[in-house]
Design a protein around this ligand. Structure first.
Ligand code: FES
Length: 112
């Protein structure tokens, strides 16, 4: 079990053994937006401020840039904490909105 705190919020949750960060957030009513849930789209990514995690199931090779991997960005749908963690959701919703705009424009282009 590990604790996950979300920087700048009151969110402070305890995970179950082998539980992904996404499942823990969702179980406690703190779900964030997600896409594929299989480590392939990066919609669920967050910045890790403190703590460690592991991927117990594979993620897509190029879904995170080298820079993101180095600074601790993780895919919450696959990441299982291996210590207490502090994460930042800053920029999360803006990134999701950018992706939604892209997909909406793509859908409009396909239709028209
Ligand atoms: S939801 Fe797609 S990578 Fe996590």
């Amino acid at each position: 079990m590990a604790r996950i705190r979300v920087q700048g919020t009151e969110v402070d949750i305890t995970t179950y053994p082998s539980e992904t960060m996404l499942d823990a957030l969702k179980r406690t009513g703190n779900a964030i937006r997600v896409g594929c849930r299989r480590g392939g789209c990066a919609i669920c990514k967050v910045e890790v401020i403190e703590g460690t995690f592991e991927y117990t199931r594979p993620i897509a090779d190029k879904v995170l840039t080298e820079e993101e991997q180095e600074r601790g960005t993780c895919l919450t749908c696959r990441a299982v904490p291996t210590s207490d963690m502090v994460v930042s959701l800053e920029g999360h919703h803006e990134r999701v909105n950018t992706l939604l705009t892209f997909f909406q424009q793509h859908a409009q282009n396909q239709a028209g």
